[in-house]
Design a protein around this ligand. Structure first.
Ligand code: C5P
Length: 222
């Protein structure tokens, strides 16, 4: 059951990992399954929102009614997001974005030779922080996957990245978070917070989107 709390709202989301090429056949990436972001996209559409999902490489079906843009690298994801940001009132950054990319991607497949080799990495742009500093900015929600001091690091991220809200999860528990069917979130905003205990990602998506809908409605009343 999903009340249409997001009727008339437009939501842009990122989900899944990003993939950074090393050469034409190799890449670095991470274990993000995209399940939480796809659950959010599916539930947001069920709650009446117009949903655009920018997805890294994942094996998940596109939820009904959702516009999906497939990307690989962080730079591709940033471009897709910035092309769509002005048409959306809410942004949720759920992707596990690669913090670094390969400095110089080899044009040809790298041949093995020496016993040791080094890859020089350079920092990727921060998609979430870029959206949060864009004008006019959408209501901007980030995720924080932490293994310790979850609340402390999440609050720091909320302030540092100038977010409206952050959903933090403890990924040290293998039953929850990455690739799991269930998750638990601590949702934090400037003057409040709310714990969403462990449950299916789709139910959690509805609870998080309800919190977002309440905050966006409050802003619109101002
Ligand atoms: O700082 P950290 O990477 O832990 O923050 C996680 C949040 O930032 C997530 O919402 C993630 O989608 C977003 N992020 C991003 N671009 C990056 C790194 C993280 O949008 N380059």
């Amino acid at each position: 059951f999903a009340p249409k709390l997001l009727q008339g709202q437009s939501i842009l989301l990122t989900a899944g990992p990003t993939r950074e090429a090393i050469d034409p056949v190799r890449y670095i990436s991470n274990h993000s399954s995209g399940k939480m972001g796809f659950a959010l996209a599916k539930m947001a559409a069920a709650m009446g929102a117009n949903v655009t999902l920018v997805a890294g490489p994942v094996h998940l079906p596109t939820p009904a009614g959702v516009t999906r843009l497939d990307v690989e690298s962080t730079q591709d994801m940033l471009n897709a997001v910035m092309q769509n940001v002005d048409n959306n009132k809410i942004f949720i950054g759920c992707a596990a974005v690669a913090d670094y990319r390969i400095g110089e991607v080899a044009e040809d497949k790298i041949k093995k030779s020496a016993q040791n080799m080094q890859l020089a990495l350079v920092r990727n742009p921060d998609i979430l922080a870029t959206v949060a500093s864009h004008k006019p900015r959408p209501f901007t929600v980030g995720f924080a996957a932490e293994t310790q001091d979850v609340e402390h690091y999440a609050k720091d991220k909320l302030i540092r990245k100038k977010l409206d809200m952050i959903a933090a999860n403890d990924v040290s528990n293998p039953e929850l978070g990455f690739n799991a069917e269930q998750n638990a979130l601590k949702v934090i905003w400037a003057d409040g917070q709310h714990d969403l205990p462990a449950t299916d990602k789709l139910i959690l998506a509805r609870q998080l989107l309800t919190l977002i809908a309440e905050h966006v409605a409050l802003l619109q009343d101002d």
